[in-house]
Design a protein. Structure first.
Length: 296
């Protein structure tokens, strides 16, 4: 098991990333730290064994002008806050621009978050977020114009909710406490799915998008040799009532599934049984994503 980073190591990484940003973007209009006190506290914390944890997160703004073909360069601002446990947890980033509608902005921010969740766990990633915004943000200005201009005033953004299913892969899941967390958290967040302990470990959760993301952010904070989202499904539900959500579910609750294994420690699951279990629920194609082979 890799050991989790200490708070001081995380703080040191934050400071060196801030130093890097200020050397790359020396001008105020590109990079501004909005809370100098938080940075001072963070430095003090790193330099003094006895110092308390800082009381506020480091916050800063990065402004990005994407390279777009048309002459008018649009500016996007990225408001960033670094949680104390960053880079173990993701930075909080909100991208804004005067040319984005509310739904375009939500769409862009949710895609950026997905990109970070899939590519940046445990590594400093403000620069890769900035690169992503530089390459992709301009495309959101024209997105959904057709649909939002047709939408009537009463069909507000909040009527559309997203149902999400995450397929999580872990090098192994043996630890009883982790297995208990997975089941308890799923229950607390009204998620269904299953957890297959052993090696490899497979977890599937489905439910409201925000609940799935909360589940993932908790799970990935635990110490893992390797854990990642192998596949993600998102379905937009108009109206999004309880019945709509229930209709999308492929599993009724979240339970642990042990497909009896014949490994020496009884840890290796019978993948044939897993395949049939997935097939019964119309998820057979997922098997291939996990194991790269046709099931049988």
């Amino acid at each position: 098991e890799t050991t989790a980073m200490t708070n001081r190591e995380e703080a040191e990484i934050q400071i060196s990333e801030l130093d890097l940003l200020s050397s790359m973007f020396p001008y105020e209009e590109e990079f501004t730290v909005t809370d100098q006190l938080a940075v001072a506290e963070l430095k003090h914390y790193v330099e003094n064994e006895s110092a308390e944890m800082p009381s506020s997160k480091v916050q800063f703004i990065l402004n990005v002008k994407p390279e777009v073909s048309n002459a008018s360069t649009v500016e996007f601002s990225m408001a960033c806050a670094l949680p104390f446990k960053y880079p173990t947890v993701l930075p909080e980033i909100t991208v804004r621009s005067s040319l984005l509608s509310r739904s375009q902005q939500m769409h862009l921010n949710s895609d950026l978050k997905t990109y970070l969740m899939q590519n940046c766990s445990g590594e400093p990633c403000v620069l890769s977020a900035r690169e992503w915004v530089k390459d992709h943000a301009a495309a959101y200005i024209d997105k959904e114009l057709s649909s939002s201009s047709v939408a009537t005033s009463n069909a507000t953004q909040s009527d559309v909710i997203t149902f999400t299913r995450l397929w999580i892969y872990s090098h192994h899941i043996y630890n009883k406490q982790k297995r208990k967390n997975i089941i308890d958290w799923a229950k607390e967040l009204s998620l269904s799915g299953f957890c297959m302990p052993g090696k490899p470990g497979v977890v599937c959760v489905e439910g409201l998008q925000s609940s799935c993301e909360e589940f993932w952010s908790r799970v990935r904070r635990l110490t893992w040799k390797r854990i990642l989202i192998r596949h993600r499904e998102d379905v937009s539900l108009e109206g999004g009532g309880h019945a709509e959500i229930q209709k999308q579910r492929k599993f009724s609750t979240l339970e642990e599934k042990c497909f009896d294994a014949h490994g020496a420690r009884g840890n290796h699951m019978d993948l044939g049984q897993l395949y049939h279990f997935l097939e019964e629920r119309g998820c057979a194609d997922i098997f291939q994503m996990y194991f790269g082979v046709e099931g049988h």
